[in-house]
Design a protein around this ligand. Structure first.
Ligand code: RFL
Ligand code: PHB
Length: 398
């Protein structure tokens, strides 16, 4: 079997890359370890930057997003029991974000791929990548046959490692060829999804003495809420009632009163981590998205960074096939990392400002509140927050 680009992972990175390459006439095969239902069952990101929205349009999958997604021009910062609005739209000269779930982005990409008759191999076992330091990389994997596992060998020009943080691609790079930077945070996020109307029409980011809380949404009738929890907490320990009580205790009195509760349809705990692997290209294998970097979700940057990696990678591969130029490929890693480290910085900063750390104490809490007070009352500081939140332009700093 042969293809031009073997894509490992059918999350948003892999599917978006496949879509952009297919539209440019570049043959590709997506190989995924899990089933489609498993991939669609993961509730993750909810906020898309304009750059990401534009890219989904370019990929021809933006129609439902524009119909069903919610355009937000601001969000609230809540501290010391009061909410303050950050007017992103005005502060950034007219930029918004789109609230549209990652599950829906993935579904739209899956449907587009199916409609175009392009294959995805789901439930692939023992996926392994080989010879990416030569001009003839190979991917091996197994699928289920009538009488046991069927081995496959896929020859390709390039391998795209879009297989997330726990994937096989980054793990296959010799240790001396890769540098990893990591910071693990001493708390997690307990998140629930519920079919109740959102407490407010925009997102609320809350700093409280009991810890961080976030009120987000998926639609006018579906809410997504998070509270900072202990790393050792288990989902089973948190009844729906306990979650709602904790969330309410972290909101201002008005929001607390307006909060509509109901049974959760999903509940999970996510650990928080900052992580970057450098470089992102190893001969003829590239890493993109969570395979190369993780941000804590506070800044809503993970999926957006994945999308911009894919933009740079698809442009580089298109340039390779159309113009026989290696410039894009050679620049890929540096170009991505420049953007990634800015988002890493922003996500780390926003996480540090909004959460209660083991050593926060009375002094730390007061300092956070002073910074928040400055942030919402200084135009310069509010603008810096808004500019980073809506996402820096693709050509920032060029
Ligand atoms: P994914 O989504 O992890 O997909 C990788 C895919 O690869 C498959 N895979 C393999 N396939 C074949 N062989 C193997 N050996 C394989 N190993 C793994 C996996 O099964 C999977 O299907 O990575 P991708 O595509 O790079 O996408 C990244 C995003 O999923 C992630 O960055 C975001 O979800 C992060 N994130 C957010 N990002 C935002 O931009 N805005 C947000 O508001 C936002 N909120 C969040 C988030 C992440 C969260 N969690 C749970 C980590 C909120 C949360 C709570
Ligand atoms: C979400 O809706 O899941 C969400 C929104 C904003 C974030 C993180 C997660 O910063």
């Amino acid at each position: 079997m042969r293809t031009q680009v073997a894509i490992i992972g059918a999350g948003p990175s892999g599917l978006l890359l496949g879509q952009l390459l297919s539209r440019a006439g570049i043959d590709n095969l997506v190989i995924e370890r899990q089933s489609p239902d498993y991939v669609l069952g993961r509730i993750r990101a909810g906020v898309l930057e304009q750059v990401c929205v534009d890219l989904l349009d370019e990929a021809g999958v933006g129609e439902r997003m524009h119909r069903e997604g919610l355009v937000h021009g601001g969000f609230d910062m809540l501290f010391k029991g009061k909410r303050h609005r950050i007017d992103m739209f005005t502060l950034t000269g007219g930029k918004n974000v789109m609230v549209y779930g990652q599950t829906e982005v993935t579904r739209d990409l899956m449907n587009a791929r199916m409609a175009a008759g392009q294959p995805i191999v789901y439930n692939a076992a023992n996926v392994s990548v080989h010879d990416f330091d030569t001009t003839h990389p190979v991917v091996r994997y197994e699928t289920d046959g009538a009488v046991g596992k069927v081995p496959h060998e896929l020859a390709c020009d390039f391998i795209a490692g879009c297989d997330g943080f726990h994937g096989v691609c980054r793990a296959s790079v010799p240790a001396q060829s890769i540098t990893e930077y990591e910071k693990v945070y001493p708390f997690g996020w307990l998140g629930i999804l519920a079919d109740v109307p959102p407490v407010s029409h925009e997102l609320i980011y809350a700093n409280t003495e009991r810890g961080f809380a976030l009120c987000s949404m998926r639609s006018a009738t579906r809410s997504r809420y998070y509270v900072q929890c202990d790393l050792g907490d288990k989902v089973e320990q948190w009844s729906d009632d306990a979650f709602w009580a904790e969330l309410r205790s972290r909101l201002d009195p008005q929001a607390g009163e307006q909060l509509v509760t109901g049974p959760s349809i999903e509940k999970s705990i996510a650990p928080l981590r900052s992580f970057v692997a450098e470089p992102m290209r190893f001969g003829r294998m590239f890493l993109a998205g969570d395979a190369a970097h993780i941000v804590p979700p506070t800044g809503a940057k993970g999926l957006n960074l994945a999308a911009t990696d894919v933009k740079y990678l698809s442009s580089a591969l298109i340039e390779h096939y159309r113009e026989h130029s290696a410039a894009g490929i050679d620049n890929y890693s540096e170009r991505c990392l420049r953007r990634i480290w800015k988002a890493e910085r922003f996500s780390w900063w926003f996480t540090s400002l909004m959460h209660r750390f083991p050593d926060t104490g009375g002094f730390g809490q007061k300092v956070q509140e002073a910074e928040l007070d400055y942030l919402v009352h200084s135009q310069a500081a509010s603008r810096a927050l808004a500019e980073n939140y809506v996402g820096l332009p693709l050509n920032f700093g060029d």
